[in-house]
Every structure is written in structure tokens, then in C-alpha cells.
Ligand binder design. Structure first.
Ligand SMILES: [Zn+2]
Length: 272
């Protein structure tokens, strides 16, 4: 009797222990599985977060780009209406060599310095410091530090000093008929002062590496009605074929009325 009880007792104990072990094993298996799946989820979330950050950065760049183009479009819309009716061929036929000379003597044309190696053109480009697409409002010329920089037309110095906007030592000259020019990244020995009248060809400063710049270069900008325009055809403009290119490449400018204004003041002057 006693023997049978003992066997039964041992059997119960064994069954109890075995089921406890089984339960413990099942629990630990279940939880280790859970930890692994949580870790996996964490990794997925971290990846999603990184992807979102990248998307945000891309959208921000896109937003900035759109803002720039909207500004340009706004400037163009205001002027485009007047130009839709202008017959470029007829206008060019009216531009006698004398009229061409008069116009070229009134607006900023020619290269601003002997440094003519273009390192960055006007338009969208990958920014050398910010490493993202940005609108470049001028043309960059690489050259030796100290190369003299000249005013590209007669005018008045609106600003000569250090710009916190990234252009370093900078000169802005206002010319006739709504044009202005900007010269950036110069050495600190600027040759002109704010308020000074300058003549075309006059030295206004020297090529440098000031402001946000990765090497000695000149940032040259032409503005028409406070909006930047591509200086390319202004650099090479002269009588003949290049004059035609100047007019055709800058359709936002009211050439017809500008030519009328220039010639009428010339007539007034010559009748004196
Ligand atoms: Zn530049």
C-alpha cells in the first residue's frame, strides 16, 4: 500500500516538474520571440525616420527652388505683356550702328575684369558650400587674387563694403534705365566708396576670396528692375551679330522703349 502511494507521489511530482519546465520553456521562447520582433520593429521605424528626414530635406530644397522660380516668373509676367507685341525683327532693322552704339554706351556691357574664365554660370546649380541645388544669380569668374575689377558702365556706387549675405566685400553700382551691377567676393581694399560716381572701366576693387567663397573668384551680377538677369549676352555684346543676341536673349527687357529713350536724349543733346 505504502509502495503504491510512493510511486503515485513520484509520478505526480514528475508530471508537475515536467509541466513547470515545459511552461518555463514556452514562456522564455515566447518572450525572446517578442524581444526580437520589437527589435526588428525598432529597426524598421528607425529606417522610416531616416527616409522621412531625407524626404523633408528634399522637399525643403524643392521649396526653395520653387520660391526662386516664382520670383523670376513674377518679374517676367509684369513685363511679358508689353513684349508679346514687339516685333523683334522690325526692332533689329531699326537699330542702326549709331543706335547700337548709343545703347551699348547706356547699359552695363563687357567683362568686369581680365579674369574671364567662367567657373559657374547663371541659373540653378549645385551650391559649392551648401551642397544643394540653388539659383545662382550671377556668373563666377575664376582668376588670380588682386586682378583689378572694373565698372561695366557709368553709374553711382550704391554700396561698397562688407556684405553679410555671403558676397563678402561687395560693390553695387546703379546705372541708367533700371540696371545695376553687383561685384562680390573682392579683397577688402575696395577702390570706391558708397555715393561715388564711377565711369565705365574705372577700377572699383580687386578680385578676392571674401565671404562664402571656396577660392579667389569674382561673382558678377546684373539686375534689371531689381531682378537678376543672365549677364552672359551682356559680357560679349557689341555691334552686329552679338547685339542681336543681346536683344533676343533678354526678352524681359523693354528694348523698344529703351532704344526710344536713349535716342531721344541723344537727339536732344545733339540739337543743343
Ligand atoms: Zn557666384
Amino acid at each position: 500500500m505504502y509502495q503504491r502511494h510512493r510511486t503515485k507521489y513520484l509520478l505526480y511530482t514528475f508530471v508537475f516538474l515536467a509541466s513547470t519546465l515545459l511552461l518555463v520553456a514556452l514562456f522564455s521562447l515566447y518572450f525572446s520571440d517578442k524581444t526580437a520582433s520589437i527589435k526588428a520593429q525598432e529597426m524598421v521605424l528607425a529606417q522610416k525616420y531616416r527616409d522621412l528626414q531625407r524626404k523633408i530635406a528634399r522637399k525643403e530644397a524643392e521649396y526653395r527652388r520653387l520660391n526662386d522660380s516664382i520670383d523670376d516668373i513674377k518679374a517676367q509676367i509684369g513685363l511679358q505683356k508689353e513684349h508679346a507685341t514687339v516685333d523683334m525683327e522690325a526692332l533689329l532693322r531699326k537699330c542702326t550702328p549709331r543706335i547700337q552704339n548709343l545703347l551699348l554706351a547706356s547699359i552695363p556691357v563687357g567683362y568686369p575684369s581680365a579674369a574671364r574664365r567662367i567657373t559657374s554660370r547663371y541659373g540653378f546649380r549645385m551650391h559649392p558650400i551648401y551642397h544643394e541645388e540653388r539659383f545662382h544669380h550671377g556668373i563666377d569668374f575664376g582668376g588670380a587674387a588682386g586682378t583689378p575689377i572694373h565698372a561695366t558702365q557709368n553709374g553711382i556706387v550704391m554700396f561698397a563694403g562688407f556684405s553679410n549675405g555671403g558676397y563678402g566685400n561687395m560693390v553695387i553700382i546703379a546705372h541708367n534705365f533700371g540696371f545695376s551691377t553687383l561685384y562680390g567676393h573682392m579683397q577688402d581694399d575696395l577702390a570706391v566708396k558708397t555715393g561715388e560716381f564711377v565711369r565705365k572701366g574705372q577700377v572699383i576693387g580687386y578680385l578676392g576670396n571674401s565671404g562664402l567663397s571656396t577660392g579667389p573668384h569674382l561673382h558678377y551680377e546684373i539686375k534689371y528692375l531689381k531682378k537678376s538677369i543672365d549677364p552672359a549676352s551682356f559680357l560679349t555684346a557689341r555691334k552686329g551679330k552679338r547685339f542681336t543676341a543681346l536683344l533676343q536673349n533678354n526678352s524681359t527687357i523693354s528694348w523698344q522703349s529703351l532704344i526710344d529713350a536713349v535716342t531721344s536724349s541723344y537727339r536732344k543733346f545733339t540739337s543743343l
